[in-house]
Design a binder for this molecule. Structure first.
Ligand code: 5GP
Length: 195
């Protein structure tokens, strides 16, 4: 997605060989127009997939997911990160090791909002080692819902998450794939055709 890649080149900060900071339009300050374009792009790609719910994870997945939900006309559920769980009976939960915070969180989704009648699109801001996506996949499986695919705003292609998901035969649509963050430069890979 050219608009996104241009914005990453313009405003992204390479923090290290592994971490890209995009606080000015996605992770802290949010650019609504860019989010709208991102949401439309996800919606265009998954328009015919029969999606009934979008599932994401707080907090940075919420903005792009909400815009995609607007275009697809479906609700958006964000998995909550919780330290302790008391209402275990009413929740689907999974453990996720955070790439940026280096801590493990339980994430949870209420059973009220996801059922075996749903067809789900998972969306997240970044894909690195794939832990967040695998946690969300686990929750979709627990619900008995059908997975239509995974939509990622920025995939870091040099980390294993993308391969982990694609090798399970899951449709993965990444709007920008970063090939390298070497020498403080962002280099993009060609987009991987889905399935
Ligand atoms: P994963 O679970 O795939 O290892 O990491 C994905 C999660 O970590 C995303 O939800 C995102 O919040 C965070 N993350 C991973 N890599 C980066 C990065 O380079 N920059 C930022 N801003 N967040 C990242």
């Amino acid at each position: 997605m050219k608009l996104l890649k241009d914005r990453i080149q313009q405003d992204g900060n390479v923090l290290s060989k592994e971490v890209l900071k995009v606080d000015s339009f996605l992770n802290h300050q949010i650019d609504p127009e860019l989010m709208q374009a991102i949401g439309k792009e996800f919606a265009d790609r998954f328009m015919d997939a029969g999606i009934t719910k979008i599932v994401t994870i707080e907090s940075s997945g919420i903005a792009p997911s909400t815009m995609a939900g607007l275009y697809l006309g479906v609700p958006v559920i964000f998995a909550r990160k919780r330290k302790s769980l008391t209402l275990v009976d009413d929740l689907y939960t999974a453990s996720v090791r955070s790439f940026t915070k280096q801590e493990t969180n339980d994430i949870s989704v209420s059973k009220d909002f996801l059922t075996n009648e749903d067809t789900v699109l998972l969306i997240d801001d970044f894909l690195a080692n794939g832990q967040a996506a695998l946690g969300l996949l686990d929750i979709v499986e627990q619900a008995g819902a059908r997975l239509a695919g995974v939509g990622i705003v920025i995939e870091k292609g040099f980390q294993p998450g993308g391969a982990l998901i694609r090798e399970q035969g899951i449709r993965l649509e990444s709007l920008a794939i970063v090939e390298s963050l070497e020498n403080g430069q962002v280099t993009f890979a060609e987009e991987v055709p889905s399935r």
